[in-house]
Design a protein around this ligand. Structure first.
Ligand code: GLA
Length: 385
C-alpha cells in the first residue's frame, strides 16, 4: 500500500495527501441468475480486488492512471461521456456521472488504480472497479450517502452508462462482504444476512477454477435470459395473477412452470429451484452440514447446464473432473456463465491434488490451461489506512 502511495506521489506530484480505498471481487457460492428475478443469492467477497489511491486536484478534470494497463486517461467533470477506446475508464466515468445525477457536485481528481482480480473470468472485476470508484469519490468529497445507496448507484452506472443489464449481486457483495462470512441477500428487499463460512474450520477450501474460455456471448445471452424470465412471468400470471417476478413462484407450483413452452419452462424451473437451493443450502451451512451444502452446489450446476443453459462444455468438464477428486463436496459454474470460472468445495489436504489432476485432464481434453485460486471470504470495500 505504501508502494501505491509512493507511486501516486510520483505520477501526480502536485496532488495532496491521497486516500486509499479497496474493493474486492466476489465469487458466488449459490443463487445464480436469481438476482434480477428478485430472488436470493449467496456470494462472498474474495481476497482479490481493486485498490485506488486518489486526491482532489482543485480542477475540473479527472485524471486516471491504471498500473494494470499502463494507461492514462482524463475527462472533464462537466461532460462525462463513455470512452470507446479506454473501456476500463467507463466504470469510473459511469460512477462519476451517477453521483452527478443524484445531485452531488463532482470535482476534479487524480486517481491511481491497480487490481488483482482476474479479468473477464466472472469474478466481478468491473463491479470492484465501480465500487472502489464510488467509495473513493464519497470519501474525497465527504458526501453523506449510505452503503446500500452507493451499491444501487454503482449498479445504475453498470446498467445505464456501461450498458450491461446486470443485477445487484456483484456490487452488493463487493461493498457489504465480511471476512469469514458469505452474504445471503434478498434481491427484492435488499435485506441481507452475513452467514459465517465454516469451510476452513472443517478442513475445506473454496477453490475457483478459471476455464480461460473468453466469455464472448455473455452480454447478449444474458439479456435473452432476462427476457425469457420476464416472458415466463407474463405467461404464469394467467394462473398466478398475484406474481410479479419468478421470486414469487414456489417449488409447489412447479407443475404450472413445467406446463409452459419448453424454453420458458426450463428457465423458470431453474430460477424457482435455485431460490429453494439457496434457502436450504444456507440452512445446511448453518448447521455445519457441508455435505448437503456441497450437493446444492452441484445441483445448481446441473440446473444451470440443462435448464438455464448458460454453461459451456469447458465448465461442464471442470465440474465433472472436480467431482472425481476424492472428498470434493460440490462443484458448479459461478457468475453469468458461458465461460469464466467454477467454484468447488475441496478438502484442504487435497487442494494440490485437485489443481494437478483437474488441470492436467482439462488441458489434455481442451488444450486450455486452467488457472486455480483459493479464495477466503473477505471484508467488503472501504478506506485502507
Ligand atoms: C453477472 C451479473 C449478476 C448476476 C450473475 C448471474 O455476474 O452481474 O448480477 O446476474 O451474472 O447470477
Amino acid at each position: 500500500m505504501n508502494e501505491m502511495r509512493n507511486e501516486f506521489g510520483r505520477r501526480f506530484p502536485k496532488s495532496g495527501e491521497p486516500i486509499v480505498v479497496w474493493a474486492p471481487g466476489r465469487v458466488n457460492l449459490l443463487g445464480e441468475h436469481t438476482d434480477y428475478n428478485e430472488g436470493f443469492v449467496f456470494p462472498m467477497a474474495i481476497d482479490a480486488g481493486i485498490m485506488m489511491v486518489g486526491a482532489l486536484n482543485g480542477s475540473q478534470e479527472v485524471n486516471l492512471y491504471s498500473l494494470d494497463f499502463n494507461a492514462q486517461d482524463s475527462f472533464e467533470v462537466q461532460e462525462i461521456q463513455p470512452s470507446s477506446e479506454k473501456k476500463w475508464t467507463n466504470y469510473v466515468r459511469g460512477v462519476g456521472q451517477q453521483f452527478q445525477l443524484a445531485g452531488f457536485e463532482l470535482q476534479g481528481m487524480d486517481v491511481l488504480i491497480k487490481g488483482n482480480v482476474p479479468q473477464g473470468a466472472g469474478l466481478s472485476s468491473s463491479a470492484a472497479l465501480e465500487v472502489a470508484a464510488a467509495v473513493l469519490m464519497r470519501a474525497l468529497h465527504g458526501w453523506d450517502i449510505g452503503d446500500v445507496a452507493l451499491v444501487k448507484l454503482t449498479q445504475r452506472a453498470e446498467n445505464e452508462f456501461v450498458g450491461v443489464a446486470s443485477g445487484i449481486m456483484d456490487q452488493f457483495a463487493s461493498m457489504m462482504g465480511r471476512k469469514d462470512h458469505a452474504l445471503f441477500l434478498d434481491c427484492r428487499s435488499l435485506d441481507y444476512d452475513l452467514v459465517p463460512t465454516p469451510f476452513e474450520e472443517q478442513g475445506y477450501a473454496v477453490v475457483v477454477a478459471n476455464s480461460r474460455v473468453q466469455r464472448g456471448l455473455v452480454d447478449s445471452a444474458y439479456n435473452t435470459r432476462r427476457q425469457e424470465c420476464t416472458d415466463a412471468v407474463a405467461q404464469l400470471q394467467k394462473d398466478l395473477p398475484s406474481i410479479t417476478s419468478l421470486r414469487d413462484v414456489t417449488v409447489d407450483q412447479l407443475p404450472l412452470v413445467n406446463a409452459l413452452p419448453e424454453a420458458l419452462a426450463q428457465r423458470a424451473r431453474h430460477v424457482v429451484t435455485e431460490n429453494h437451493r439457496v434457502l436450504t443450502g444456507i440452512e445446511a451451512l448453518k448447521t455445519g452440514d457441508l455435505e448437503s451444502f456441497g450437493k446444492a452446489l452441484t445441483a445448481s450446476h446441473h440446473s444451470l447446464q440443462h435448464d438455464f443453459k448458460v454453461s459451456c462444455p469447458e465448465l461442464d468438464l471442470l465440474v465433472e473432473l472436480a467431482l472425481e477428486v476424492p472428498g470434493v463436496l460440490g462443484s458448479r459454474m459461478t457468475g453469468a456463465g458461458f465461460g469464466g470460472c467454477t467454484v468447488s468445495l475441496v478438502p484442504r489436504s487435497k487442494v494440490s491434488l485437485f489443481e494437478k489432476t483437474v488441470g492436467e485432464e482439462y488441458l489434455a481434453k481442451t488444450g486450455l490451461q486452467a488457472e486455480f485460486y483459493v479464495f477466503n471470504a473477505s471484508q467488503g470495500a472501504g478506506i485502507r489506512e
